[in-house]
Design a protein around this ligand. Structure first.
Ligand code: TRP
Length: 327
């Protein structure tokens, strides 16, 4: 059977992946990479819409690649590539711009929110679902793997591809199906917003043991529980939520907590141990890769070269389909 094409990726606006990224999407990418063809985009062009410091973006490209590899992305199956190194993606992008209007774009909840807060309002940002359509459709992708917050964008991508299909008079692009990284958005340590580096509520993959300890101590538990023997509420308690993510069987712990037998200190201690155990081999690999940046660059170059050849082939084919060439 022909392998399915999956395209997904990250924007290098943050320099550290966090456990929200891991459980929200990367874990599924690792699972799916063997049986499918996975392309991982590091969207450095898209990143400029909200990060104008190119040195930061370039540094983050390397960091994200290192973290992908340390977490289990295997370049035997997966091509990791840099968006700006495939200029042909922009041809799809500008072409697709002809199929959207402003009102369509600002319906996207992320864009709507930023515009309302008057935070980011450049056209690169407002049109980023179109750029994402270019990323996905230029590979003729069958699937993408994204966290819950990215779903509205993929729905817009599918609307754009339908409009282009209409224009072409045939079902040229298939619907890109969503593999949902995780049923629920992974929330930050205060339980209010999604886990995000910029909100300072994330447990980062590449933290020191001390940083992990500090951040775990800050996790929102049960505000009414000032003493250990007050029956605890584990429902909106982020410690219990994270423990389940790390496959910890919480049923016994919940009972003890409810009965006021164990303290928040105790549940946090268990969580810390779980996180640290999980991170030991990953951090070891991160440190090894960091010493070998040439190797990382080689991986990016090879991944980009292979990906670019696919995009070029698909672009040629796409243009032929509606005779866009006078000579
Ligand atoms: N917007 C995504 C992020 O910020 C990155 C991205 C760019 C992407 N193009 C994509 C994700 C295509 C999935 C499919 O993380």
């Amino acid at each position: 059977m022909k392998k399915k094409i999956i395209l997904t990726g990250d924007s290098p606006t943050y320099n550290k992946l966090h456990i929200g990224h891991y459980f929200g999407s990367i874990k599924k990418r690792i699972k799916y990479q063997k049986k499918n063809k996975l392309y991982l985009i590091i969207a450095d062009n898209q990143a400029i819409s909200n990060e104008k410091n190119i040195d930061i973006i370039n540094k983050n490209i390397l960091e994200i690649t290192i973290e992908y590899l340390a977490l289990g992305i295997n370049t035997k199956y997966t091509n990791i590539f840099v968006q700006s190194k495939i200029p042909e993606l922009n041809e799809f992008y500008t072409f697709f711009l002809n199929f959207v209007n402003y009102n369509f774009l600002i319906k996207n909840p992320t864009i709507k929110k930023e515009l309302k807060n008057k935070k980011i309002n450049n056209l690169g940002f407002i049109t980023y679902p179109v750029s994402q359509a270019a990323d996905i459709l230029s590979f003729l992708s069958d699937y993408t793997i994204v966290g819950k917050d990215q779903i509205p964008i993929i729905e817009q991508v599918n609307k754009i591809s339908k409009r282009v299909n209409n224009f072409l008079g045939k079902n040229y692009f298939k619907k890109c199906k969503i593999i949902n990284g995780n049923k629920n958005t992974i929330m930050g340590i205060y339980g209010k917003n999604k886990m995000s580096k910029s909100l300072n509520n994330s447990i980062n993959i590449n933290s020191t043991d001390k940083e992990i300890s500090k951040i775990v101590n800050k996790i929102y538990t049960d505000p009414n529980r000032i003493k250990k023997n007050i029956p605890g509420n584990y429902k909106n308690n982020m410690v219990f939520k994270y423990l389940s993510l790390f496959s910890y069987n919480t049923s016994k712990l919940k009972k003890e907590y409810l009965n006021g037998n164990i303290s928040d200190c105790y549940t946090k201690k268990i969580l810390k141990e779980r996180i640290l155990d999980f991170l030991v081999p990953i951090k070891k690999k991160i440190n090894e890769y960091r010493k070998n940046i040439d190797f990382i660059l080689e991986i990016l170059k090879k991944g980009t070269e292979k990906s670019r050849s696919v995009v070029c082939k698909n672009l040629e084919k796409f243009k032929k389909n509606f005779g866009k060439s006078i000579f």
